[in-house]
Design a protein around this ligand. Structure first.
Ligand SMILES: CC(C)(COP(=O)(O)OP(=O)(O)OC[C@H]1O[C@@H](n2cnc3c(N)ncnc32)[C@H](O)[C@@H]1OP(=O)(O)O)[C@@H](O)C(=O)NCCC(=O)NCCSC(=O)C[C@H](O)C(=O)O
Ligand SMILES: [Mg+2]
Length: 270
């Protein structure tokens, strides 16, 4: 399922159990707010968090898209979460640890909401293309913390060990024309590290990045937007192109480069 809206560059997670974070999110320049009911919420706070998430989306997040992340299938609270999300005005349901196309289809059927399926287990990576092909799925989100743990990557091993999984997620999303959103960066005080990881995500083909703190938004928004030089170059390509193979600024351009340039201009119009 493709959505008419452009893919989010910035998607901020926050625990639905944290009213201050919910209030803060309403004033942040973020594209998508994800109210979490899963890992960010203590077991004894799950019921109250579910009610808070539904109330928060009803109150609204202005122009921001909003999603609720349910607890995963097979886990306590999953059924109750889906019933509450179905009745809510959330734009999306986020399904953690998606491992099969059937699971994603069931969640879509239960909620009647577009599904953002998190790929964060080895089985999920191996099934990513099937999951992305489910008609109710609008995007894939890389769950890099869970994936690193499941792959038994040593702490602080960087993203090298995740590269096949990340590229598989982008391939699956592109093959099915759904969004591809990169995983979170855990460093709260490491602006350089975040910027580098955002650049890496963009170079891999992701549309945007999931975030965990307001301080990360500006860096990610900048990284996933085009630079003035890229926009100038794209405009010049569109203006110069006459069709077929041509020389442009010392390189060859063809129809796909023109289409790419037009898409870049469109995405960065705002
Ligand atoms: C990580 C945090 C627990 C850090 O919290 P804290 O130290 O309290 O933050 P600050 O004191 O710096 O906060 C300053 C103000 O900003 C608000 N705030 C903080 N985080 C957010 C947020 N995410 N959204 C909105 N507002 C936020 C604070 O409330 C402060 O405001 P005020 O009190 O008015 O001054 C915390 O940042 C946090 O909880 N982050 C989100 C955690 C989360 O949602 N985790 C789940 C998703 S990550 C994941 O699971 C990915 C995936 O599944 C995987 O496997 O990789
Ligand atoms: Mg996770």
């Amino acid at each position: 399922m493709t959505t008419a809206r452009l893919a989010p560059r910035t998607a901020l997670f926050l625990p639905a159990s944290n009213p201050r974070a919910i209030a803060k999110a309403r004033a942040l320049a973020v594209d998508l707010v994800i109210l979490d009911l899963e890992d960010a919420v203590r077991d004894d706070a799950k019921t109250a968090a579910r009610a808070a998430a539904v109330a928060a989306v009803a109150e609204g997040f202005g122009p921001r898209l909003c999603a609720i992340r349910a607890n995963g299938s097979g886990f306590g609270e999953h059924v109750e979460d889906l019933a509450a999300i179905a009745r809510s005005v959330a734009d999306f349901v986020v399904l953690p640890k998606t491992e099969t196309a059937e699971e994603a289809a069931d969640v879509h059927a239960a909620c009647s909401k577009p599904v953002l399926a998190m790929i964060e287990t080895p089985l999920g990576v191996l099934a990513a293309a099937d999951i992305a092909a489910v008609p109710g799925v609008s995007g894939l989100i890389a769950g890099t913390n869970d994936l690193a743990a499941a792959l038994r990557l040593p702490p602080a091993s960087g993203r090298e060990g995740l590269s096949v999984a990340l590229q598989t997620i982008v391939l699956a999303a592109r093959a099915n024309e759904v969004w591809a959103i990169d995983g979170v960066f855990n460093g709260l005080d490491d602006a350089e590290g975040l910027a580098a990881e955002c650049r890496d995500g963009r170079m891999l083909g992701f549309d945007g990045k999931t975030l965990i703190h307001p301080g990360q938004i500006q860096i990610a928004a900048r990284a996933f937007g085009a630079s003035p030089e890229e926009i100038e170059d794209a405009r010049a390509i569109v203006e110069a192109a006459r069709g077929g193979a041509e020389r442009f600024r010392g390189r060859m351009i063809e129809a796909m480069h023109v289409a790419q340039a037009q898409a870049l201009i469109e995405r960065n119009r705002a």
